[in-house]
Design a protein around this ligand. Structure first.
Ligand SMILES: Cc1cc2nc3c(=O)[nH]c(=O)nc-3n(C[C@H](O)[C@H](O)[C@H](O)COP(=O)(O)OP(=O)(O)OC[C@H]3O[C@@H](n4cnc5c(N)ncnc54)[C@H](O)[C@@H]3O)c2cc1C
Ligand code: SF4
Length: 529
């Protein structure tokens, strides 16, 4: 995005707010604060990319939108990092996300109340939905005219065209009595003028969302909230890796230290917001040793169950064509025959060949000739996948490794093992998905085990003893430190996370501003007295 005309702040200036990270967590807040006239600086570790560099070719696609620094992964289901799980750059993971945007279900945020397991969210569902609607309005979300599981819901744009996998899922679901419809998706199906950015062309169904969207159709922070932030005076510093947080004698943040162009810089600030994602936010907190009196930083790492079921069909499917995930069913958010807490949603799939090959190796255990044979079926393969609840467990956690990165910061070591609840959900979902693809005419069914997303690790709550931030996103320990990204989720939710992260970001910005406003009011009252 264009940054050449942006406002510049000096490092000696005490800016109102520094935001670390410019993804779904950082960008909406940045735009909100800048619009209200605060002086804000965003520090982003990744580069500022140009959409014209994006290419659908998976091999040639620019690697610099994926966070490729090594992370150490363990447990019985080690999380696959790199392109599978986290982005970088001005726009964060929204540069390469799939833009599938279901809303969080009211049952999900009261999981503990309903099931006795997991955690409740300290947020009212109706309030969260208002912020979700605001985010959908701001960035442009398309969806069906009638949403079967929430008839009141309205989308301003119709859904994108279905691809062959979508038709397959609709056919198979209908045959076994499952309701399925066009999914809510974060893309424009009509040309849209995005304020402060310009034209975002309607989706052309090229199918390469994960390699970056060249024409701005897909919701990405660098074509929505970030241009607005810059227009209102925010400064975005790219390739600026934060590795230090300095506190004053009262225990409040007074500056952050970041490396850019091979040397350290120090930016003074009144408030710090961490939006570095579910891995880098806890890594930075553990490295700097702050905001962890609860001992909860890094704990409760959750990864959505994302198992896929693929089958081979008589006709050509060519699943690289079209928007990848255009069909959804929410029939299994709370299955009536469940022997587990929570549930899952199912989406249709569309993948490029290298992504499928990687999943066949990692999740299907295929190697050598068996892998080659499976890939020969690629043009006739189609599949469906889940996004499933994952309970937070104390020991699924991120700690600092002994090894350090190029900046001398200890690498993240993430341990993740699904519990019996996650295994029970996956068993149920594999039965359902197999029934769908077989009813649609698929044979040679393949189950590919996967997890997706990096959620939890600095959770919000109402008790300072077992959460890192309060319900507004403010650190219990450091009053001018806030967190707004994947890491604050107390439980994973069934819904894919990015839309909820944007909503939380708007909400935290509102809370931060209101807090400033009350401080201002106190000062004003004192001055008058
Ligand atoms: C391939 C893929 C497909 C996905 N598809 C979907 C989908 O369809 N729907 C959905 O809801 N979600 C999807 N997701 C997940 C979604 O994109 C993420 O959950 C969400 O975007 C995370 O937002 P965030 O702001 O928490 O973190 P990020 O987007 O990861 O942003 C963090 C930013 O902080 C920067 N940063 C980190 N550390 C530092 C530091 N020390 N100093 C400075 N900057 C730093 C990073 O470079 C990054 O830009 C997908 C993810 C992937 C990888
Ligand atoms: S399928 Fe649509 S949203 Fe995805 S990259 Fe292509 S044009 Fe963009």
């Amino acid at each position: 995005m264009r940054l050449d005309h942006q406002r510049h702040h000096s490092e000696d200036e005490v800016v109102d707010v520094v935001v670390v990270g410019t993804g779904a967590g950082g960008a909406p807040l940045l735009a909100t604060l800048a619009r209200r006239g605060l002086s804000v600086v965003a520090l982003e570790a990744g580069p500022n990319t140009d959409p014209e560099q994006y290419t659908p070719d998976e091999v040639e696609a620019p690697g610099d939108i994926n966070w490729m620094d090594e992370r150490i992964s363990g447990g019985s289901a080690p999380t696959a990092f790199g392109p599978n799980n986290s982005g970088t750059g001005v726009g964060g993971s929204t540069l390469h996300w799939g833009a599938f945007t279901p809303r969080p279900n009211q049952h999900d945020i009261r999981l503990r109340t309903d099931s006795g397991q997991g955690e409740d969210w300290p947020i009212d569902h109706a309030e969260l939905t208002r912020w979700i609607e605001q985010a959908e309005h701001d960035v442009g979300v398309a969806g069906p005219a009638h949403y079967p599981w929430d008839p009141e819901r309205r989308y301003r744009m119709g859904p994108p065209p279905r691809n062959a996998s979508s038709d397959m899922m609709i056919r198979g679901a209908a045959a076994v009595g499952i309701t399925a419809t066009d999914a809510p998706v974060g893309l424009t199906t009509e040309d849209r003028h995005q304020e402060h950015h310009g034209l975002r062309q309607a989706c052309v169904s090229c199918g390469s969302c994960h390699q970056g969207c060249r024409n701005g159709a897909k919701v990405s922070m660098d074509t929505t909230y970030l241009p607005a932030a810059v227009a209102f005076g925010a400064e975005i510093r790219a390739e600026a890796f934060v590795h230090g947080i300095e506190l004053d004698a009262r225990g409040r943040v007074e500056a952050v230290v970041y490396r850019q162009d091979g040397r350290d810089h120090r930016q003074r600030c009144r408030t710090l917001v961490l939006a570095a994602g579910g891995i880098e936010t806890p890594r930075l907190l553990l490295h700097t040793g702050i905001a962890n009196s609860s001992g909860q930083v890094g704990r409760n790492f959750t990864a959505h169950g994302a198992t896929q079921v693929w089958a081979t069909f008589d006709e050509s499917m060519r699943s690289y064509r079209g928007y990848p995930s255009s069909i959804i069913t929410e029939d299994f958010v709370r299955p009536t025959d469940a022997d587990f807490a929570g549930g899952y949603l199912i989406q249709s799939l569309g993948v490029q060949p290298l992504t499928l090959a990687t999943s066949l190796v990692r999740g299907g255990g295929l190697r050598g000739a068996a892998l080659v044979r499976a890939l020969q079926d690629y043009p006739r393969m189609a599949g469906v996948g889940i996004n499933a609840e994952c309970l937070p467990y104390d020991d699924n956690r991120l700690v600092l490794a002994d090894e350090v990165d190029a900046n001398g910061v200890p690498k993240a070591r993430v341990t993740f093992s699904p519990g019996s609840n996650e295994e029970a959900i996956t068993r149920h979902a594999v039965r359902t998905m197999t029934a769908i693809v077989e009813a649609a005419g698929g044979t040679d069914v393949r189950v590919l085990d996967r997890t997706a997303h990096t959620v939890g690790t600095a959770r919000m709550g109402t008790d300072a003893g077992n959460s890192v931030v309060d319900a507004a996103g403010r650190s219990w320990d450091v009053p001018n430190l806030w967190v707004v990204d994947n890491s604050v989720f107390p439980s994973s939710l069934i819904a894919n996370p990015a839309l909820t992260i944007m909503a939380l970001s708007l909400r935290t910005a509102d809370r931060l501003l209101r807090d400033d406003a009350s401080a201002d009011r106190e000062q004003a009252a004192t001055a008058v007295a």
